[in-house]
Design a binder for this molecule. Structure first.
Ligand code: UD1
Ligand code: CA
Length: 466
């Protein structure tokens, strides 16, 4: 069997997006538009994919290489002279290829792999086959021109006659083309149209001149392209619901799919619970029995079995260990690693810190560059002073340490096993194991002094008013 190859057109700027970012790199559920299309092609059984790049070529290539490695090759279209010209630019990369080529546009992220498989199968020995779809509002799309039932041409919206504009059957932009025919036919393309471009769609009339054009009926909801930000938002919404439905049917407890945003590269186990207003970005994983509560925003975070993320937690590049608890209102910054059963409570911030099994940072603390053992208790308002204005320094708290409230630990610092730091201390020297560190002025009580003080203040107020 000959290999199946796809060509994905992704060289355009996407002017209608009004963006510095090229259209195909705008994201839907965390993946660039073009990555969705390339993935669909691979899911349909394609062995190799040639992506035609132009605008922001380096960026597009690096995003795709990162995801697909050597399975994607690139061809350059230096000037954007239309979809036909873009496809021609891929031909050198198809040297030696026999059989058919699946040609797709890089801006239709919802495209399902089964329609691609269907059109490949339907092609047979025909020079060209395509997908069509019928929609209520065809404006903007190329129209399918039929003669006696058979597909004979595609007319671009701007080149349509008034009668052709009323056609509701449109071109979603999915073609399966025999490579020899493709070579011949793109050489014949003319730019005699409203945009002065070489249209890939003109290949359809050429193919129809030779044989019947096989076609497969698709659903435009899944084939629509993205041309502006509003369409991007609509496609994003459709993708979100698709992801959420799949997760819910796989056993994830999604309370409100309409307000739950989960990127495509996240993994959730059955019996994980996601409450309303949660955003899971990048590559999060949420294990069975874990809960992510209202309004939390997690990016690249691993939430292990039975852990609880209470409302309005923000976390990035972190691990939340089994049955650990975080939040409400906690901020876990990159390289936070929370051990089993540990706890980070409200208004606490962590950064590049490991917290051992059962250790607690319950309230209002800043814990940065910390190596914290097991069973450690960090009181309310404790600050790790990790930065001297030039360098970051590490604080080590060994197992069983107790840090009293409102203490400052000035790094580099080690507090030995089981040691105790009295509240309100500023600790600048290492504390040996089992020691008590106190660094605060001694308290003195002056008996009966409060009422005397109060009378003095009242008298002062009265004389100021006179
Ligand atoms: C195209 C089709 C139209 C179809 C619609 C479906 C043509 C001429 N028209 O129109 O029939 O209904 O898609 O969404 O094919 N690109 C390049 N190089 C270029 C031009 C485009 O790589 O020189 C790429 C773009 O990056 C994009 C894709 O081709 O990913 C489609 O281009 P776009 O300008 O969006 O085509 P439409 O005008 O939407
Ligand atoms: Ca388009």
């Amino acid at each position: 069997m000959s290999e199946t190859v796809a060509v994905v057109l992704a060289a355009g700027m996407g002017t209608r997006m009004k963006s510095e970012i090229p259209k195909v790199l705008h994201r839907v559920a965390g993946r660039p538009l073009v990555a969705w299309v390339v993935q669909a092609a691979f899911d349909a059984g394609v062995d190799r994919c040639v992506v035609v790049v132009g605008h922001a070529k380096e960026q597009v290539e690096s995003e795709l290489r990162e995801r697909f490695g050597d399975k994607v090759a690139f061809a350059e279209q230096t000037e954007q002279k239309g979809t036909g010209h873009a496809t021609a630019c891929a031909l050198p990369a198809l040297e030696g290829h026999q059989g058919h080529v699946l040609v797709l546009y890089g801006d239709c992220p919802l495209i399902p792999s089964d329609i691609l498989r269907e059109v490949i199968e339907k092609t047979g020995n025909a020079p060209l086959a395509l997908v069509t779809a019928t929609i209520e509002q065809p404006a903007g799309y190329g129209r399918i021109i039929r003669t006696k039932g058979g597909v004979t041409a595609i007319r671009e919206d701007r080149d349509c006659s008034p009668a052709e504009k009323t056609i509701h059957e449109v071109n979603p932009g999915v073609y399966c083309i025999e490579v020899g025919f493709l070579r011949e036919a793109v050489a014949l393309l003319s730019d005699d149209n409203d945009q002065g471009e070489l249209y890939l769609t003109d290949l359809v009339a050429t193919a129809a001149g030779r044989s019947e054009v096989p076609w497969v009926e698709g659903d435009m909801h899944t084939l629509r392209g993205v041309n502006d930000r509003w369409e991007l938002a609509q496609v994003g919404e459709a993708m979100r619901l698709r992801i959420n439905e799949t997760l819910a049917r796989d056993g994830v407890g999604l309370v409100d799919p309409a307000t739950t945003f989960i990127d495509a590269d996240c993994e959730l186990e059955a019996d994980a619970t996601i409450m309303p207003g949660v955003h899971l970005r990048g590559r999060c994983s949420i294990a069975a029995g874990a809960t992510v509560d209202v309004g939390s925003v997690l990016e690249d975070v691993k939430v292990e079995a039975g852990a609880t993320v209470l409302p309005y937690t923000v976390a990035t590049d972190a691990r939340i260990g089994p049955v650990a608890t975080v939040g409400p209102f906690s901020h876990l910054r990159p390289k936070t690693d929370l051990g089993e059963g540990s706890k980070v409570g409200n208004f606490s911030e962590t950064k590049k810190t490991t917290l051992g099994k059962g250790s607690k940072v319950n309230h209002l603390a800043y814990v940065g560059d910390g190596q914290i053992g097991e069973g450690v208790n960090i009181g309310a308002g404790v600050i790790f002073c990790n930065y001297d204005g030039v360098q970051k320094h590490t604080t080590v708290l060994e197992d069983g340490v107790f840090i009293g409230s409102d203490s400052q630990l000035v790094a580099p610092l080690t507090v030995g096993k089981g040691a105790y730091v009295a509240s309100g201390s500023t600790v600048t020297k290492d504390v040996p194991a089992d020691a008590l560190a106190v660094s605060r002025t001694r308290q003195s009580n002056k008996e009966g002094y409060a009422s005397r003080l109060r009378s003095r203040f009242q008298a002062a107020k009265k004389s100021a008013e006179e």
